[in-house]
Design a protein around this ligand. Structure first.
Ligand code: NAP
Length: 279
């Protein structure tokens, strides 16, 4: 068995969070797992009576985050690994979505993750040791119509993760953006917030996309248990990467995107270079 770590995971009630927590406990690690409902807390702690530590937390509440992190550090022990997993997808044409829906998406997916990192970084920095994994998405590298603010939130987290990995490298703290493709979790099912349709102009583009996502929910290519094994594997690395893609669908789409990006930059290279000032 690998060396036992103390792993803090947000959102362990279902999906990736649940799978990673379960596999980490099986592997002998201690897991602090956050949930939003008391029944999920009981359910999580029942996985392992001595090494599963449930805490109630909504990641939108920064004050609670600080309290929970301080409390677990003194009762459970120093957090070796933070897995910022809690998040959800908002599906909606931007013109049809309210500012409140869009802000909420960023509050959870971006500011929740930042607040978690700000709570653990000072402790990890003092110890000169730590690993932060942000569960981003292939939607943080490529885009699709109808989930612009979800993609925006994930692009934000990819950028923040990569920049932060450079700030924290001198302190032996690694930051990895973990970007899954489509996986069989509750993401496109009970967790997804779908803005009701209003503007007929978008019907032709968006209705088939919404229908396809609803129909595919539960039958996606990716297996969250295999993702959990991959993530635990990463925790054993001496030099974890800044980016890890999970799933062949994500790999192909991101590669295709990078290829098109390279082609475009080459096509427009002369115009790009034309703005340099003369010396
Ligand atoms: P999931 O099964 O719906 O799990 C989402 C988890 O996040 C649940 O535990 C949920 O808690 C929690 N959560 C949501 N809002 C929260 C909040 N405000 N505060 C605290 N916890 C909150 O979906 P999942 O696919 O495992 O999602 C996990 C992460 O993977 C998300 O960041 C998602 O964007 C990302 N992701 C998923 C896919 C995919 O295809 N499944 C692909 C790429 C990225 P409740 O049970 O209380 O709602």
């Amino acid at each position: 068995m690998s060396i036992s770590k103390t792993i803090f995971i947000t959102g362990v009630s279902s999906g990736f969070g649940r799978a990673i927590a379960y596999q980490a406990l099986q592997a002998g690690h201690k897991v602090i797992g956050t949930v939003r409902k008391p029944e999920d807390l009981k359910d999580f702690e029942a996985i392992n009576k001595s090494r599963a530590f449930g805490r109630i937390l909504d990641v939108r509440n920064t004050d609670d985050i600080k309290k929970v992190v301080a409390e677990v550090e003194s009762t459970v022990g120093p957090v070796d690994v933070l897995i910022n997993n809690a998040g959800y997808g908002h599906e909606g044409i931007m013109e049809e979505s309210s500012m409140e829906e869009i802000r909420h998406q960023f509050d959870v997916n971006v500011f929740g993750g930042i607040a978690m990192m700000k709570a653990v970084i000072p402790l990890m920095r003092q110890r000169r040791k730590g690993h932060i994994l942000n569960i981003t998405s292939m939607g943080g590298y490529i885009t699709m119509p109808g989930i612009s603010d979800y993609c925006g939130s994930k692009f934000a987290m990819v950028g923040i993760s990569e920049s932060l990995s450079k700030e924290l490298h001198p302190f032996n703290i690694y930051v990895t953006s973990v970007a899954p493709g489509s996986f069989r979790t509750d993401w496109a099912g009970r967790s997804m917030v779908r803005t009701p349709r209003k503007i007929a102009d978008y019907d032709e583009l968006f209705d088939p996309i919404r229908r396809a996502r609803e129909e595919k929910s539960g039958n996606q290519l990716g297996d969250p248990i295999k993702a959990a094994h991959a993530i635990l594997n990463l925790l054993g690395s001496d030099s974890p990467p800044a980016h890890l893609i999970l799933g062949s669908d994500a790999l192909e789409l991101i590669r295709e995107h990078l290829h098109r990006f390279n082609q475009d930059t080459t096509t427009w290279e002369a115009l790009t270079r034309s703005t340099d000032g003369g010396l």
